[in-house]
Structure formats: C-alpha cells, structure tokens
Ligand binder design. Structure first.
Ligand SMILES: [Zn+2]
Length: 306
C-alpha cells in the first residue's frame, strides 16, 4: 500500500504556494482552465496573466472579459491560509487512518489552533460526496446496525453520564457505507434512513431488534442475526460483522483521537469516517486529490460544458 512512504511529505506543493497552485489546477482542471464566471472552457479564449504585474495564477477570459484563479468560488478564495498548507492539510487528513485532531494539525502545519480547526472542518465538508447512488441492489447485501457513542463515565465515582448519541450505519457488503447521527433508534427514524439510502432490491441484514421488522418487509429479503446466541458464527453471509467491526474501529478512532466529539459535530466525523471507508482501496495521493476536488467543488456555480 505505502509504496513511497518517505517521499509523500516531500512533495514541493506542500511547501511552495506556486507549486501548490499548479497541483490544484491539475486536479481541478484536468482539461485546462475554465472560466467560473461564464463557464467558458475554450482554451483559445483563456489567457494566462504573465509577469510581475499580475497576481500569480490569474487567468483572463475573452468570452466574458472576466478574470479568475483556481481558487475562485471555493472556500480557499478568501482564505488567508497559504495554498501549500491547504494541500498539506488535505493530504494529512486523507492519509490518517484514525482521523486527525485540530491540535495535531496545528502542530504539523505550524498554524494557530483556530486556523487548524477551520481547516479540519472545511476538509471534512469536502469529504462529503456531492451525490450518492443508492447502496445495494439486486443480489447485494446491505448491513444495518446502530450504536451509541459517548455517555461513558470516566471514573468509578458517580458522575452524571454524558448524553449518548445514536449512530446508524448502512454498509453494502464489499461496498460503500453511509452513516447517520440519528435522534433515536425508533423504527420510524431508522426506516427513513434505510429507504432513502438502500435499493429495495437488496437483501437487508440486521439484528433481531423489533425496529427492523416492518422495514425488513420492504426489501427483497430480510436476514436477521441473533447476537445473544452467537447464531451468526459460521453462518456464512448471515451476519452484520462488517457494520459491527466498523463501529468498534470508529469508537477507537473517535475517542483515541478526539477524546470527545460534540453532538453538533458528530455528523461531520461520520462523513469523514465514511469517506475513509469508501476510499479504502485508493492511495493517499488519490484520496487527497478527491478532497481537493471536494473543497473546490462545493461552492462552484458553473461547470464546464463539453
Ligand atoms: Zn468567462
């Protein structure tokens, strides 16, 4: 997996803003620049500003007489954070298996805590898929499982426990995952998430909890496993182990890295968690490029027309 372990962080784009801009242009404009004002992608009608009189990375569009750079319309446009640090932060967050706290990022980038915190959350936002297809399909298995995080008392002495937050995950076997911070685990709440996310032709795999009984009938097949009797052991396909092992990893990552996750931000951590899972077969570099595309794409008004 780690083909070039040492060389990754020596990428000049992580230290040099001009190199960072070129890297970003290559990611965002694989077929050459396009004008974010009018959508013009005709390379004959786009000119690069040359010389000292021009801001670096400035382009002119002959179709609308507008000017633009690769960061226009993105969160980076008005950011005081150097582009090289944005790119390094995307790489570090994409490459870290368990996630990265703002404190870690602050130390690694040499920025203030406030800047690191801002970067962390913007980068998590970029990990959110622009559009998602349904999970599963004919002959495919989708596991559903819920867990609670937080609420554990840290000492033996009595303390009022923190509120537990419910997390619900849908995982296609050998496929993608979609996790939700849900208000509760009542049948109605979970059904809403399930039918919105999972193709009805799928086989739904859950435990025997009563809240899955009715929604199970809406799918091609509903398989249940009985945890208390360990029935699923050796039962082949009949299990929710994928979702369960993801939960145990998530708890370790969330509590090992962040110690506590506030209710307000839990969904963002779940987005990151799903992103890492859904891109588990890609390289660190490819993952960083996906993030860079996500950051730039989120506030785009125009897309190139081919
Ligand atoms: Zn234009």
């Amino acid at each position: 997996m780690a083909k070039k372990p040492a060389s990754d962080l020596q990428n000049p784009a992580f230290a040099d803003d001009d190199k960072a801009r070129e890297a970003l242009e290559a990611i965002r404009w694989p077929e050459g620049p396009f004008c974010p004002h009018c959508g013009n992608a005709d390379q004959n009608k786009i000119a690069r500003g040359e010389g000292k009189a021009h801001r670096p990375g400035l382009y002119y569009c002959a179709a609308c007489n507008g000017q633009f750079t690769v960061t226009i319309g993105t969160v980076m446009e008005r950011s005081k954070i150097p582009l090289s640090k944005w790119l390094l932060a995307m790489h570090l967050m994409g490459a870290s298996k368990k996630g990265m706290s703002a404190l870690q990022l602050q130390r690694m980038l040499g920025v203030t805590y406030k800047t690191a915190w801002f970067l962390c959350h913007r980068i998590r936002e970029a990990m959110k898929p622009a559009k998602r297809g349904p999970l599963g399909g004919r002959g495919k298995i989708v596991e559903a499982d819920e867990t609670f995080i937080g609420g554990k008392s840290t000492s033996r002495a009595y303390k009022p426990p923190r509120k537990k937050e419910a997390v619900f995950s849908l995982v296609e076997r050998d496929g993608e995952s979609h996790s939700f911070h849900v208000a509760n685990v009542k049948a109605k709440t979970l059904r809403e998430a399930i039918v919105k996310t999972v193709d009805r032709k799928s086989m739904l795999m859950t435990d025997e909890a009563p809240h899955y009984v009715n929604v199970g009938r809406e799918f091609a097949l509903h398989g249940t496993v009985n945890h208390s009797q360990n029935e699923y052991v050796g039962a082949g396909e009949w299990h929710t182990n994928t979702a369960e092992s993801r939960f145990s990893l998530m708890k370790r990552a969330v509590f090992g890295t962040h110690h506590s996750v506030s209710e307000a931000h839990l969904q963002r951590y779940l987005v990151e968690w799903d992103f890492k899972w859904n891109t588990r077969k890609t390289t660190d570099g490819e993952r960083a490029a996906l993030i860079a595309k996500g950051v730039t794409g989120k506030r785009l008004t125009y897309r190139p027309t081919h």
